[in-house]
Design a protein around this ligand. Sequence first.
Ligand code: SAM
Length: 218
Amino acid sequence: MLATADRDDPLAVLRGERRWAVVHGDGPEVLRTLPDASVDAVITDPPYAREFTPLYEQIAAELPRVLKRGGSFLAIVPHHSLPEVLAGVGQHLKYRWTLCMWQEQGNHPRMAMGIEVVWKPIVWWVNGAWPVGRGFIRDGFTNAPPEKAHHKWEQSLSWAHYCLRFVPNGGVVVDPLMGSGTIGVACVEHGFRFIGIEREHGPMLTARRRLSARRAGR
Ligand SMILES: C[S@@+](CC[C@H](N)C(=O)[O-])C[C@H]1O[C@@H](n2cnc3c(N)ncnc32)[C@H](O)[C@@H]1O
């Protein structure tokens, strides 16, 4: 059973009655409760450990129904999981591109398998066809070092701002593994509607605090 208060009802966001909602629950499970063709983009940053690799496909399995046609799924994918994630998600959505998050600064693991790691892949899939006439989008950006002030795995707002370029103005964005809600903060700043889902109570409360503060202009 989801611990969803009325003020955090995702359906209120979809009806345009609220700008954002934060749900305490399991990402794929909550996605299953959203109506058909109701979401413009799912943008997320799953935990890096290999045990979380199946989450990508569990999320993607819901998206042909929940995403609008032409809607996007953007996820940071660890290099070590790329083959498995591309195969799994590719069963549900159309692979479009791999985007480069250049990141030489920060506390992330810098060395792996004899490789100095200077970038992370963000993989972009679409539901059906990407709409024509949206112009060009650069396939990379330089990520600012994340503050890690709100979550031990927090991403920077520059990541969130970049990913929102793939969403139509004012669209509905879902982060089913929201952490401290960085994508939501960028959504509120830029006029997108946001539904965030997080299974851990502490980060969920942090996200709610961050979003409330933004709404109040603090
Ligand atoms: C890498 S963190 C996201 C950090 C976020 N981008 C930020 O800037 O704060 C991933 C989050 O996914 C959450 N998580 C893992 N499995 C989940 C699930 N099945 N449903 C919901 N949340 C989940 C973890 O608790 C963690 O907070």
